[in-house]
Each structure stands twice: as structure tokens, then as C-alpha cells.
Design a protein around this ligand. Structure first.
Ligand code: BMA
Length: 381
């Protein structure tokens, strides 16, 4: 049988050596929020331990719906194939800024709150993103009207409006509490894929200084409003050099995990560029992560409808290679898209072509699902 048994778990706070002698990878790791809750520090410590053991597998919207089902308690396409829930659950806050009852992909926020609490209770890790609308035009996140980014900065015309939008997110996050009423420690990956050109906050839409200022303002604002249960994930799309990765980077004091998103678009049997490009990017990011004492993640990936039966063990594992990453997350299992007339899903479901390979992937010593991470002790005071 695969999997890790955490027989004796020593709990060591970051930067403090461990009385049991258990090795901590990098004692210089520290959180950007200097007022982090105790639980967040413990959670961060748990992630650093887990990163030594393997890679957490994550799935977006896993509990809310899957291919051919929606809102059925306990269901998960991943669990139905692998026998276990993912270790990481991604959720998107898009919609909160409009006080909408549902997120941009139709998940009721009331349900999302429940899913987050349940998964956390079982020992799962939560990561949040936010496809926040364009504050200048009121259109969606993909509206790249020039100067949208500048409009929300402290000197911009939409600053006050934007703060009110952020307040909606803050309010929701404050409702995410564990059974003892403590804020659930989570990852937050704002302004994702910033080196792309498709969101209003992307690099084509603002200078590096403007982006850094947006990022820092947001984190400071969250903290000012009493949010101290988040680990901040810096996330790019493609980049070719270290300089490019760092051009918009807000600084080591404003980010905890470094990550990028990259999807497979071409047939991996004919074109190895996904694997090669991921390897190049991991090499660059790894150098930076080591210099800055940060963890790394593959925050979004996937091959839409997984038309290659060995994608998990043959492609994804090669794309990650030997790099030590904290987690890899595949995007959502929407199912059939009527408008586009195609299937849109990234994790297998019962009967899907790559099902067998996904089980092999699950069985890899290095790949961790929920049961593997639940053994790690949390919340020791
Ligand atoms: C995209 C697609 C969209 C979705 C968006 C935000 O990649 O999955 O259908 O609305 O992410 O989740």
C-alpha cells in the first residue's frame, strides 16, 4: 500500500528547531502576514512538511459538481475514480463583488461555505481565487479595457468602489470558520495569471509598479480588515526568464508561495512542448523559490477532456519532473458546454478514458490525496 503514515508528528513552528529532531526543510520560511493566526502558522508548517513528502493533488469546484451531476452531497468525480477526495480544493469568489448569491460558475456561496467547512474538517486544504469583475467597466474579469488596473489604485477613480468589492470578499472569508469558531487557514491566489493578457489586472494592462501597488494594497487592506488566515500565492501564466517572472512580483514580504498556471493544448503524443515548457518554468521558479525561501505550486493545469489515456503518469508527472512542489491543481469538471459545443473537464470521472491511469497516478508514493494529508496534525495550540 502506498501512502504516508504520520505516526509521530512533531509540531514545529516555523523558524524554531524541533525537539524531536524531525527535519524542517527551510527554517527561513515565514509568512507575509505578520499577524497570521496561530492556526495559519501551523497550517503553513504542515504544508512545508507535506511538501517534503510529496505533491498534494487538487481539483477546482470538486464537491459542487462533476460531469453529469450537480450539488449531490458527498459526491466528487475524483473520489469516484480514485477512492479518495483530492487533498486540495479550489474555489473561486467571482460574483461576491456583485453581492451575487452564486459564483461565476453557478455555485451558491452558501453551498461553497459548507463545502469549505466540510473539506477542512476532513483535513483538506482550501485555495481561493477570485475572477473579480472589471471595476472600471463593471464587465467581467476578462474585460481588459485600458487603465482598468490604474482605476482601482488609491489614486484611481474606482478606488472606493473597489474597496467595497473587496469588503464583500472579506465578509465571506470571515464566515469560513471551523467548528471551534476559528478562521479556517487557507491559500489565496489573487490576480492570477498576471503575465497573461486576458484579465484586467494582467501585465498588458498596467506597469509593474501599478500591479505591485494593487497587490500590496489588497493584502494590506485584507489585513487591515482583520483577515489573518491566508497564505498568499503569487501566480503567473507563461514566462521565459527569471526577470520576467519577477518583473511584477510584489516582493518576498508580500507572497508566500510561488506558482504558475499552464494547460496542455496540443496532443502530447505528437508534441512534447507542454512538458518541456513546464520543466523550463519550474527550473526558473525553483531558483527564485530557493533564493527567497518560498514554496512552489502548479496552481492550475489540465488537458481539457483528457483525450490521452496516460496523461497523468506520462505527461503531468514529466511536466513536474523532480521539482518539489507543494500542490498541483486541475481545473473544474463542468461537463458539456452548450455554447461551445464541447466537453469542459480536467479530472476524470467514472468511465473516462484516463481513469485507469489516474488510479496509477493516485497510487504513486509521491502524490497525496486527502487521506494522506488528513494524518498531519493540525491546530495544535
Ligand atoms: C475558465 C473556464 C470558465 C470559467 C472560468 C472561471 O477556465 O472554466 O468556464 O468560468 O474558468 O472559473
Amino acid at each position: 500500500m502506498k501512502k504516508i503514515i504520520f505516526s509521530v508528528l512533531s509540531l514545529c513552528f516555523v523558524g524554531i528547531s524541533c525537539s524531536t529532531g524531525q527535519k524542517i526543510i527551510d527554517t527561513k520560511l515565514s509568512l507575509s502576514d505578520k499577524k497570521s493566526t496561530k492556526e495559519l502558522v501551523v497550517f503553513y508548517e504542515k504544508l512545508t512538511h507535506l511538501t517534503e513528502k510529496g505533491i498534494l493533488f487538487g481539483h477546482q469546484d470538486d464537491l459542487a459538481y462533476g460531469v453529469n451531476w450537480k450539488c449531490e452531497a458527498g459526491r466528487s468525480d475524483v473520489k469516484e475514480v480514485a477512492g479518495d477526495y483530492p487533498a486540495v480544493y479550489g474555489w473561486d469568489l467571482g460574483g461576491l463583488e456583485n453581492k451575487s448569491a452564486n459564483n461565476l460558475d453557478g455555485i451558491p456561496f452558501d453551498k461553497m461555505r459548507q463545502y469549505i467547512k466540510e473539506a477542512h474538517q476532513r483535513g483538506g486544504v482550501i485555495t481561493l481565487s477570485w475572477h473579480i469583475n472589471n471595476p472600471l467597466t463593471g464587465k467581467d474579469a476578462w474585460d481588459t479595457t485600458p487603465k482598468s488596473l490604474a482605476s482601482v489604485l488609491p489614486s484611481g477613480e474606482k478606488h472606493e468602489k473597489y474597496k467595497a468589492w473587496l469588503d464583500e470578499g472579506i465578509q465571506f472569508i470571515k464566515t469560513l470558520k471551523d467548528r471551534d469558531g476559528k478562521p479556517i487557514p487557507m491559500l489565496f491566489r489573487p490576480y492570477h495569471e498576471l503575465t497573461g493578457n486576458w484579465f484586467w489586472w494582467c501585465r498588458n494592462n498596467g506597469s509593474p509598479e501599478e500591479f505591485k501597488s494593487l497587490w500590496r494594497f489588497t493584502l494590506d487592506y485584507f489585513q487591515k480588515k482583520g483577515i489573518h488566515n491566508l497564505i498568499y500565492v503569487y501566480n503567473t501564466s507563461d514566462f521565459k526568464t527569471k526577470e520576467e517572472f519577477l518583473e511584477y512580483y510584489p516582493g518576498a514580504n508580500y507572497a508566500d508561495i510561488l506558482s504558475f498556471d499552464k494547460y496542455q493544448y496540443t496532443d502530447p503524443l505528437k508534441d512534447n512542448s507542454f512538458v518541456e515548457d513546464c520543466q523550463k518554468q519550474f527550473k526558473i521558479m525553483n531558483e527564485i523559490a530557493q533564493e527567497q525561501h518560498k514554496m512552489m505550486a502548479f496552481a492550475e493545469t489540465g488537458y481539457e477532456a483528457i483525450p490521452f489515456d496516460k496523461w497523468w503518469t506520462h505527461t503531468l508527472m514529466k511536466a513536474i519532473g523532480n521539482y518539489k512542489i507543494s500542490y498541483v491543481l486541475v481545473w473544474r469538471n463542468h461537463g458539456w458546454q452548450e455554447k461551445e459545443k464541447k466537453m469542459h473537464y480536467y479530472a476524470p470521472f467514472k468511465g473516462q478514458l484516463s481513469e485507469k491511469d489516474f488510479v496509477e497516478f493516485y497510487n504513486l508514493e509521491r502524490i497525496l490525496f486527502e487521506k494522506d494529508v488528513a494524518g498531519e496534525k493540525r491546530y495544535k495550540k
